[in-house]
Design a protein around this ligand. Structure first.
Ligand code: UDX
Length: 481
């Protein structure tokens, strides 16, 4: 049964290509956005790079999630969602180490990858029914040209805070006022960004605190020039958390906060998106009293120094709390792999579990978890709030410094690990105790429940994110002609 339209005509049913940035912290919210949009009547063609696809497939196989011939959406499809799946090369061979050759990889993403995406989109617009929307990560620099070429609705998905979006969006204003890219940078509080009452320069994203010399700086500048041409921006934030910032952004272009974008089944995700095999922490956590365990993880991407790892290791022992620590093999940014103190395994035999990777949402939602020492990735913060787990903030790069401001200063649901650049084991132990024990701990818990409730209300029928999603779907449909 052929649909009642001809090839080349636009069918009113939205069919969107979703293209996440090829990093774990971006693929996860994109996958959840895919299921959300598909549940709202979209047909989705989800596109991963071949490298990400290969890594997820390998990890699913190791974790026994693998179905013969299946992709990450096999389960979602069984529940009637029309989510198709495609891959595209990023221009590098599978064996190329993208993390080690960071700059070369990002140069490729700017200069080589767009042609591959263009070719794929050219094929997908001929699918049945034809694609009519392009939903790409805001950090891509090519969205508007490809959307224009194929006459697609251009939708930018911003996976982070609206505040971070706003700072990047007003990069030129920061430059003009001497807070960014200036030989004698100002250090006073910034009060001129529309919708941002006041922000300290040290709370800006790391890329706005450093001179624009790297490839990532160039990507951000180009991407934020390009996003101005998007028809719509959707964001993984919540109106009530950033009311003024979001209102100011809405004056520039349609901006919809539809977060937190979790899978409908959180904490048990129906889509396995992990890029590394997950260690099962549940049997160990089951043996620990409620709220007694600190979860420690620095996300999928950031690196730190051997000094900090050693101080954190000693601080954990000094604090005398139980802990689960995700220590990625590449966490230290040198070739060194032997960074834990000698005999550490024996020292933590009864109180600590160290794993290379885990299902973070399963760990955070385990009743034994009472705190989270985090690098402040936005996904980690949302997952922690959703699990009512207060945080110790140890930001390492990018948006993590701005996210920390929200956690520590605005919501008061966590504590800063250290104010100076260099951390000590005594300070680590002291902050852990402040988070996990006594009156301060109860205060954090009380506050986080309120923020959790805000998120819950936003997602409920009639809540802000729910209504924004409805409005977004309606507006996109109206735009497809
Ligand atoms: C990156 C940036 O660093 C982050 O600041 C930005 O907001 C998103 O992109 P990442 O560093 O990986 O992300 O941090 P985060 O946003 O916290 O995302 C990590 C994701 O990996 C989370 O969804 C978390 O649940 C998952 N994770 C992490 C695991 O599933 N297992 C782990 O062991 C660790």
């Amino acid at each position: 049964n052929k649909p009642p339209y001809k090839m080349g005509e636009i069918h009113p049913k939205p069919h969107a290509i979703l293209l996440p940035y090829p990093l774990q912290g971006h693929v996860i919210p994109f996958v959840h956005l895919a299921t959300k949009l598909a549940s709202n009547g979209f047909i989705i063609t989800f596109v991963n790079t071949e490298s990400i696809h290969h890594q997820i497939t390998k990890s699913r196989f190791q974790s026994n999630h693998h179905e013969e011939g299946g992709d990450i959406f096999s389960e979602a499809r069984k529940s009637g969602l029309d989510i198709r799946y495609a891959t595209v090369t990023d221009g590098f061979p599978l064996g190329f180490d993208r993390s080690l050759n960071h700059d070369q990889f990002f140069e490729g993403i700017v200069h080589v990858f767009p042609a591959h995406v263009d070719e794929l989109v050219g094929k997908l617009v001929q699918s049945d029914p034809p694609v009519n929307c392009l939903v790409v990560d805001t950090f891509y620099v090519f969205s508007s040209s490809i959307a224009k070429k194929y006459n697609l609705v251009n939708i930018s998905f911003w996976t982070e805070l609206a505040l971070v979006f706003s700072l990047y969006y007003h990069m030129d204003l920061l430059r003009k006022n001497g807070h960014y890219d200036h030989f004698d940078k100002r250090e006073d509080i910034i009060t001129y960004i529309p919708g941002v009452e006041a922000i300290k320069p040290s709370d800006m994203t790391s890329y706005l605190q450093t001179d624009p010399t790297t490839i990532v700086h160039r990507i951000i500048a180009k991407a934020f020039a390009d996003v101005r041409k998007a028809d719509f921006v959707v964001s993984n934030t919540i109106d009530e958390l950033e009311t003024q910032t979001i209102s100011a952004l809405q004056k520039n272009q349609p901006f919809y906060s539809i977060g937190p974008i979790f899978s409908s089944g959180f904490p048990t995700s129906s889509v396995a998106t992990s890029m590394w095999s997950e260690s099962d922490c549940a049997p160990w956590l089951d043996t620990k009293p409620e709220g007694s365990v600190l979860y420690v993880s620095f996300g999928s991407y950031a690196h730190t120094s051997k000094h900090d790892i050693v101080e954190i290791a000693h601080g954990l022992v000094l604090s005398q709390v139980n802990f689960v620590w995700v220590l990625r093999p590449d966490i230290v940014s040198s070739d060194e792999t032997d960074y834990l103190p000698t005999g550490y395994d024996r020292l933590i035999e009864y109180c600590g579990l160290i794993v290379p990777w885990c299902s973070q949402i399963s760990v955070l939602s385990h009743p034994a978890i009472g705190g989270f020492l985090t690098h402040c990735g936005w996904n980690s913060i949302l997952e922690s709030i959703w699990s009512n787990v207060p945080m110790i903030c140890y930001p390492l790069l990018t948006d993590q410094f701005t996210n920390r401001k929200l956690v520590v200063e605005d919501f008061k649901i966590g504590v800063n690990l250290c104010d100076k650049r260099s951390i000590t084991r005594e300070e680590v132990a002291e902050k852990i105790k402040r988070l996990m024990c006594g009156k301060s701990s109860n205060d954090f818990r009380k506050e986080i429940k309120k923020v959790r409730k805000t998120l819950e209300n936003a997602l409920a029928i009639g809540g802000s994110s729910h209504k924004n999603l409805d409005r977004f779907v309606k507006d996109v449909k109206a735009k497809i002609r």
